[in-house]
Design a protein around this ligand. Structure first.
Ligand code: UDP
Ligand code: MN
Length: 248
C-alpha cells in the first residue's frame, strides 16, 4: 500500500488561526493518504477547530493539550519552546492508535503557519529512516543540508552551531516505525526552542548516516518558514451593534 503521512500540527487561538487552518487544510486536501493530527493548545477542544475539521474532508484526529501555564510565552517573548505538549500528545496518539504491524508511513511536524508545496509530501512519503530537505525563509534566506555524493555531510544555517541537528521542524520527516522502537522519544520544555529538533531526532537514535536527502539532493525549496504578522484591528466597531458574522 501507499505509506500514510501523519501530519502533526499544533495550533492555538489567535485572530489569524482560522485563516491559517483554512490554508493548511486546503493544502492537505491535495495530498492523498495524509492523516492530519491537529492538536489544540487549549484546555478543551473548540468549536472553531471542530467545525473546520468537519468541513476539511480529510481524515483527521482532533486532540488538545494545554501548554503548562508556566511554559506559555507572553506575546513578544519567545523564551519557551512552542508546540511541545501538543506534538507529544500527537506522538502518544500514534503509539496508542496506530498498529505498527499493519501501517507503513511517515511522521511530519507541519506547523499551522508554514507554506507547503504539495510536492514535499511525495518527497517525504517514501522514507526508510529520516528524510531531510531545505527550508526557505530561515537563516540567510534558507537553511539546507549539504549533500555530497547522495549523503548528508553537513548543514547550511546561521544560528546555533552547538546543535547536533541544526535544522528546523519543517525540514525532516521520519518513518512511523521509529516511534514504536523508541517509546520514550519526546519533546521537552527543559531544552531551548532551537534544540527541539535535535531532542526528538536523538530520542529516535538518528545519526547523520541515516539521513536521506530529498528535494533533488536538497537543491529545491518546497517548504517555507512563513510567519503571519499579528493583526492590528480598529479599537471600536463602526458597524451597528446588531450586525454580526459567524467567526467560527
Ligand atoms: N503554537 C501553539 N501554542 C503557542 C504557540 C504556538 O500551539 O502558544 C503552535 C503554532 O500554532 C505552530 C507551532 O506551535 O503550529 C510553532 O509555533 P510558531 O509558528 O509560533 O513558532 P515559530 O515558527 O515562530 O518558531
Ligand atoms: Mn511558525
Amino acid at each position: 500500500g501507499v505509506p500514510i503521512i501523519f501530519a502533526i500540527t499544533p495550533t492555538y487561538y489567535r485572530l489569524e488561526q482560522k485563516a491559517e487552518l483554512t490554508r493548511i487544510c486546503q493544502t492537505f486536501r491535495l495530498v492523498k493518504y495524509l492523516f492530519w493530527i491537529l492538536v489544540e493548545d487549549s484546555l478543551d477542544k473548540t468549536s472553531l477547530v471542530r467545525n473546520l475539521l468537519k468541513n476539511c474532508k480529510i481524515p483527521y484526529a482532533h486532540l488538545n493539550a494545554l501548554t503548562p501555564p508556566k511554559f506559555k510565552n507572553i506575546p513578544g517573548n519567545t523564551k519557551f519552546p512552542r508546540g511541545v505538549a501538543q506534538r507529544n500528545e500527537a506522538l502518544d496518539w500514534i503509539r496508542t492508535n496506530v498498529n505498527p504491524k499493519e501501517t507503513q508511513g511517515v511522521v511530519y511536524f507541519a506547523d499551522d503557519d508554514n507554506a507547503y508545496d504539495v510536492r514535499i509530501f511525495e518527497e517525504m512519503r517514501y522514507t526508510n529512516v529520516v528524510s531531510v530537505w531545505p527550508v526557505g525563509l530561515l537563516g540567510h534566506k534558507f537553511e539546507s543540508p549539504i549533500v555530497k555524493t547522495g549523503k548528508v555531510v553537513g548543514w547550511i544555517f546561521v544560528w546555533g552551531a552547538h546543535r547536533p541537528f541544526p535544522i528546523d521542524m519543517a525540514s525532516f520527516s521520519f518513518n512511523v516505525q521509529l516511534l514504536f522502537l523508541h517509546q520514550e522519544a519526546a519533546f521537552n520544555y527543559t531544552a531551548q526552542q532551537s534544540m527541539q529538533e535535535s531532542i526528538i531526532l536523538m530520542g529516535l537514535n538518528v545519526t547523520m548516516s541515516d539521513l536521506e536527502p530529498k528535494a533533488n539532493n536538497c537543491t529545491e525549496i518546497l517548504v517555507w518558514h512563513t510567519r503571519t504578522q499579528r493583526t492590528i484591528l480598529g479599537h471600536q466597531p463602526k458597524h451597528p451593534a446588531n450586525f454580526s458574522v459567524d467567526l467560527e
